[in-house]
Design a binder for this molecule. Sequence first.
Ligand code: HEC
Length: 468
Amino acid sequence: MRNPLRIGASIALACAAEAAQAVPGASGPPDPAALPAVNPSGLLAPRAALVTRAARDTGPLPLSPVEGSPSADRRPRLLVLTRSWGFEHDVVRRASPQEPSLVERALVAWGEEVGYEAVLARDTAEFEPERLARHAGVLFYTTGELPLSAPQRAAFLAAIEGGLGFVGIHPATDTGYAWPEYGALIGAYFDGHPWHERVRVRVPDRTHPATRDLDPVFEIVDEIYQFRAPYDRARLHVLLELDTDAVDLARPGVNRTDRDFALAWTRSQGRGRVFYTALGHRPEVWSDARFAAHVRGGIAWALGIDAPRPALRPEDEALRAFVREHPGDPARGHAVFRRTSGPMCIRCHAVHGEGAVVGPDLSRLGRERTREEILEQILAPSARIAAGYRATVLELADGTLVTGRVQEESAERIALVDAAAERRELDPRQVVDRRESPASLMPDGLARTLTPTEFADLVAWLQTLRGS
Ligand code: HEC
């Protein structure tokens, strides 16, 4: 019987060629069990050593899907190409050929949440026309010239016209210079990075999935690109731009005189959706909740799997509007979180070792989620369910349905916690059917048990949670 505490996060590693050449590194011979087997499709079969999971998941080790059946995963595939034919960024460096890089691990983990399967590639084998058709989208974090053959290029551009999504991150504009159709596809070529410092970023469109969790203006430390032709703002839908009032425009290397420094955009090509963000150089940026929300939203949009924002009840809309206007008091918010009546957060969530583990540990929430995401989670828990935390619905022999998070399971009993945070124990022989619930176990309407001020205080405190 499947244990619902376990999540399956497979990584199909599409670097067969690279793996075939893999030599045991200085760190000693790789564990044979950790080496993925090459299956006839040329892809590496997902194996435990390649399985990553969301950092905050504290459950037992995930199970990969049935061995040798890559089709066990029904999520749309995103082909993630992180090969550096030019300069190699630290964030895409693999410590060994079998160990996904920081960027790869993040993109795999986000797939759990967004609903895509990341297929990690370090060569262009997946661009063979018949293979490309297996993917719903392609993501580049590449540098230098792309060694795609003429038929591969033609197939790639045709697939985009037909609806293949394309996502470019950071150096994806610093690649493919000898392939002008690629420049036209992504919308610009890199023209140096005049700044590498704390900058202010403006968000001209906050309705897009890639930006709706961001503040209208935010500050971030990263390497900041400047673009040249085919860059043309009129052909792009700009999502992020540098606030030029807050940087030195007279600095050497600043070539543009029009103060037009877009940092993320979308465009369409035929039926294909293109999303590009220039951020993503520094390792810390990859664990910044705002960048994560931005890229997750951009990928979801490019793949056409972005869920619309849930419609909130008018009372909840009013609560959200209030919290957007009021920063809240974290100390008072901590007290709200610890209450054992009303929203009872502490009966399902632990923070720094205090509380229960029905839902995710929230000790690092402020690092992992933006304020808007925290707000939405509390107001509409079922709109996005944290990976590995779906509730289970059990149907008993007498027809009753019991919904909860299974916490313990043996031949003698199943113990679960329900939406009222009550523990229940059942005899497994009573269970006639078992499903995953589409809804979150976290109840709707918790915020309505609070005053607007208490709610703002709670959100303020949750934002301060940054791990130890
Ligand atoms: C009955 C149990 C229960 C209660 C009570 C509860 N939650 Fe949850 N919560 C969950 C579960 C289960 C999840 C994971 C599923 C999901 O994402 O909806 C979750 C998810 C979350 C998340 C998302 C975490 C992430 O990593 O994205 C946040 C934030 C959160 N809860 C905050 C709260 C707050 C604040 C309260 C009190 C107002 C609260 N919860 C009350 C069960 C509960």
